[in-house]
Design a protein around this ligand. Sequence first.
Ligand code: HEM
Length: 146
Amino acid sequence: MVIGFLSVAQAQEPAAETKEPVAEKELSGHEILEKSMKGLKRNMRTLGRNLTKAESKTMCLESIRLMQGFVLAAFPHCPEPFDSVGKKDPAKWEFGFRRRMVNLAGLLLDLEESLGADDAQGVEVVWNKIRNFKKEGHQVYEEEED
Ligand code: HEM
């Protein structure tokens, strides 16, 4: 959780001049988005390997909670439109990004709920939804490298 982590670091320092989170001052929006995506990937890998192991439940719940934080950190940092659809209506493009981030946060809450209730079938259903959601989000918002 980028902002949360940096805020904790800040809280341990002597009284700061400003209440602004450090992340907002020191990292660009693009850097926060990139770090958040990397954080999502890292924790998704942990989940992919451990979600079905009963003894790893606590660790998985922590990974899911971290992913929720990364999604919320990414929420305000929509990339600039790069294709004709996005460029034609930048407000709609940006709205679509925030809508997807909130929906992804919702799916991660669903995953937390299913895992917390030991509902293995629910976990599987939500996990597959998250994987598809990632794919669709990247098809629209991640620019292909040349
Ligand atoms: C759990 C779901 C997701 C995972 C695990 C994930 C993971 C990643 C990873 C690993 C990258 C490459 C980061 C890098 O090395 O630079 C990335 C980039 C990106 N993702 Fe996601 N992503 C997820 C969902 C989404 C969704 C739903 C959206 C959009 C609504 C999205 C938008 C983007 C964008 C715009 C980039 C490019 C960022 C940049 O320019 O550096 N991602 N994502």
